[in-house]
Design a protein around this ligand. Structure first.
Ligand code: THU
Length: 132
């Protein structure tokens, strides 16, 4: 699956987002190294802090299906935003737990442009399992 297809998969997923409170749908497509694609959407809750972002939904689903650190090849994030929609800071930290710093992160906007970053660019100086 190429970059454009992965972004399109993220875009399509937005229709499954559960967003009665924010009305801000987010869709994610996560490419695994074996070619599998795992998707995620944001799932909100009337207790707003219980909301789960689309990125974490996708990562947690992959982990639940047996994928491990190093199995992740790329991630695409899509919203209905004018600007490129980046993962929130909590999701960046979760990505850093399972994905390599060089992993490509594809962001898109309502014009369907794609901005490619590495996870390291999104989250420099990440807190990971540092040596002591
Ligand atoms: N959201 C995501 O799903 N991913 C992000 O990276 C940014 C924020 C969701 C959380 C909430 O449901 C809505 O977008 C508005 O913040």
């Amino acid at each position: 699956m190429n970059k454009e297809q992965l972004v399109e998969s993220a875009r399509k997923m937005k229709q499954n987002a559960y967003v009665p409170y924010s009305k801000f749908p987010v869709g994610v497509a996560l490419l695994l190294k074996d070619g599998t694609v795992t998707n995620g959407v944001n799932v909100e809750n009337v207790s707003l802090g219980a909301t789960n972002c689309a990125e974490r939904t996708a990562i947690f689903t992959a982990v639940a299906n047996g994928y491990k650190k190093g199995d992740f090849q790329a991630i695409a994030v899509a919203g209905d935003t004018v600007d490129f929609l980046p993962p929130c800071s909590i999701c960046r930290q979760v990505l850093a737990e399972f994905c390599l710093p060089e992993m490509p992160v594809y962001l898109t906007n309502e014009k369907k442009e794609i901005l490619e970053l590495s996870l390291k660019e999104l989250l420099p100086y990440a807190f990971t399992d540092l040596d002591m």
